[in-house]
Design a binder for this molecule. Structure first.
Ligand SMILES: [Zn+2]
Length: 163
């Protein structure tokens, strides 16, 4: 299994990012997020991101970590947009088949009262990572989006790596 360190230091790696990781990488919000951003800029790392995660990250005014001591600058949507336009970033639209599969996963979460656009975008991110056989970059704050009842629905659980 790929570790975060391998992913960030080896050329030719690829991963999927959820909305929380996208915020942290696009705005260089954590040392790991900054390292991932630099790896993408260097062409060493390519990322897939759900179009729903792009919308979610663009709407995030902070990293959502209530104890975060870092500054949260205004205008993160500009940084998210600029990052997603890089050649190493692939934005995956939510098409019909994936849309239905994402909704099926989201029903599992919402049945457990875990709801919100970030949860929906995490469901699509999981499917993208599973289909591509890639690790999913996420954050500690997003752990509630990936309960066992949700992950048990997948044929192959992607490795969840926190940035
Ligand atoms: Zn923060």
């Amino acid at each position: 299994m790929t570790t975060l360190n391998e992913l960030l230091t080896t050329s030719g790696q690829s991963a999927t990012v959820d909305s929380f990781a996208l915020y942290r990488i696009a705005t260089s919000h954590s040392p790991e997020g900054d390292a991932a951003r630099r790896a993408v800029l260097d062409g060493a790392l390519s990322l897939s991101v759900s179009a729903v995660a792009v919308s979610t990250a663009a709407a995030m005014k902070t990293c959502w970590d209530e104890d975060c001591p870092e500054r949260h600058r205004l205008g993160s949507e500009t940084q998210v947009r600029a990052f997603c336009e890089l050649p190493g970033v692939r934005v995956v639209p939510l098409e019909l088949t994936d849309g239905v599969a994402t909704g099926r996963l989201y029903a599992v979460s919402s049945g457990a009262r875990i709801e919100g656009v970030e949860v929906l975008s995490s469901c699509h991110s999981l499917l993208i990572a599973e289909e591509a056989g890639q690790p999913l970059l996420t954050s500690g704050r997003a752990r509630y989006c990936y309960g066992d009842q949700l992950l048990d629905r997948l044929d192959r659980r992607p490795a969840l790596l926190e940035v």
